[in-house]
Design a protein around this ligand. Structure first.
Ligand code: FAD
Length: 415
């Protein structure tokens, strides 16, 4: 591993830091008002676009910044350090749909959609998973029949994040039921206002409805919306998923390191109460109780915080190593699954620790409560992100699937 930043890269860091500190919104949008979140994210994206910071990894010819991997790393570090808001409702357009169009779309599709995504005009969603096809995505059964210049789509998708506030969907459909499982699939741009689409939000334990079930009843989509060739959608989809498992997660990993720093601050100012001191019914327990004033005074909490800090440093080194190797070879590293697995489990441990620090306060959580300021999460926002952290080991490939990939491609274990 060799990470040395050049003078130009250091200058880029200073410029990015100054711009983010001056321009990143300070307040966060209401978590469960999706229309407000959509408007907030689109406005923030427009601001990034106007300043030349939208599509940091997108090629310049498509309006992006064309940043090198090192610059991307620097950008995400500064983004997380400032506590800048991640426009999560725009994730699919910016990190899946757009990059897939760049890789596999035709000129008409690129010139129509890419500027809209980058400027913050539209929201995209992803219609891949089905009730019978998640980890085994190749088993999808939503079918599309060619009828003249249209595809006629019938079936169901599930867990479609932001379907109810999206204009477009990257949709996987089976166009040749006779072909082997991974053949006969097509990748289609589906306009979400097409006739025959019904969207039913799913309520989560966090109180929100970020994702939905989507039903298609003979929905007509122009054949011109197929990206790549008809029946070649698996290849197109794999290019999308490689983006999802690649640099798109860099920002989240960097953000976790910032979060651990905030957690240490939280422990420093939270009166002890989450964890009962050991031996609290004895005389030495009484002495212990009088010594323990904040959560940070608790040896067990302090030990877990130190471990979390060491683990985010390990994560940072793994990420640097992977970025450094990819920058040298130009080939995405097979370690991505290893980093993803370590990151998602660490994210859950860090949020579990936050709950132990906050103790009984977490019971006051209200799904509709405020999330506060960007750089000082409230107890409310710690609980919300704790509830959300359960999904970290499911979304974008479950932890078991990541383990399968590690066993297969890194360790070379027999199947
Ligand atoms: C927050 C969130 C947002 C999401 N957003 C979207 C979205 O916008 N669009 C979309 O299309 N999908 C989305 N998903 C769905 C996600 O892609 C799937 O949940 C994921 O692929 C797992 O599929 P599944 O839920 O069908 O679980 P299953 O595949 O049924 O898995 C069930 C269990 O079996 C295990 N398992 C399955 N196969 C194997 C195997 N071969 N070896 C070992 N263990 C195995 C899994 O690890 C899991 O524990 C989202 C999910 C979450 C949590």
């Amino acid at each position: 591993m060799e990470i040395k930043f050049t003078p130009e890269e250091e200058q880029f860091r200073s410029r990015a830091r100054a711009w983010l500190e001056a321009n990143a919104p300070r307040e966060l949008p209401p978590e469960h008002d999706l229309k407000a979140r959509r408007a907030f994210d689109l406005a923030w994206q427009r601001k990034l676009f106007d300043a030349g910071y939208a599509g940091i990894s997108w090629p310049k010819e498509y309006g992006g910044r064309g940043a090198t991997l090192m610059e991307q790393l620097i950008w995400y570090e500064e983004f997380a350090r400032t506590g800048a808001h991640e426009p999560s409702t725009l994730f699919v357009g910016l990190n899946h749909g757009g990059p897939t169009l760049i890789a596999c779309g035709n000129e008409g599709q690129k010139s129509f959609h890419l500027p809209k995504i980058l400027r913050g005009d539209v929201v995209w969603c992803q219609g891949f998973s089905e009730p019978g096809a998640g980890s085994d995505l190749g088993g999808l059964s939503t079918r599309a029949v060619v009828d003249g210049d249209d595809l006629v789509v019938t079936g169901q998708k599930i867990w479609t994040s932001f379907a109810h506030i999206a204009e477009y969907q990257e949709l996987l459909v089976r166009t040749d039921p006779e072909a082997p499982k991974h053949k006969g699939i097509s990748w289609v741009i589906c306009p979400m206002d097409a006739k025959g689409i019904e969207i039913r939000p799913i309520k989560t334990m966090g109180g929100g409805s970020d994702f939905c079930e989507v039903f298609y009843d003979e929905v007509r989509i122009p054949r011109a919306n197929v990206v790549g060739k008809l029946n070649d959608g698996w290849r197109v989809a794999m290019s999308t998923l490689s983006f999802e498992r690649g640099t798109a997660f860099l920002a989240e990993q960097v953000r976790l390191a910032t979060l651990v720093g905030q957690l240490i601050e939280l422990a420093r100012r939270t009166p002890h109460g989450g964890v009962v001191p050991r031996g609290s019914d004895s005389a030495s327990g009484a002495a212990e109780r009088s010594r323990v004033k904040t959560a940070l005074d608790d040896d067990e909490i302090a030990r877990r915080l130190a471990l979390a800090r060491a683990e985010v440093e390990a994560l940072r080194s793994m990420t640097y190593r992977s970025v450094s190797r990819t920058a040298r070879t130009g080939v995405p590293s097979a370690e991505a699954s290893l980093i993803r697995l370590f990151f998602s489990e660490l994210q859950q441990r860090v949020h579990g620790l936050a709950m132990d620090i906050l103790g009984a306060q977490v019971l006051r959580w209200d799904a509709a409560g405020s999330r506060g300021h960007r750089s000082t999460p409230t107890a409310q926002s710690w609980v919300s992100s704790y509830l959300l952290s359960f999904s970290a080991t499911i979304a974008a490939g479950s932890k078991d699937i990541q383990r399968n990939i590690i066993g297969d491609r890194i360790l070379g274990l027999p199947r």
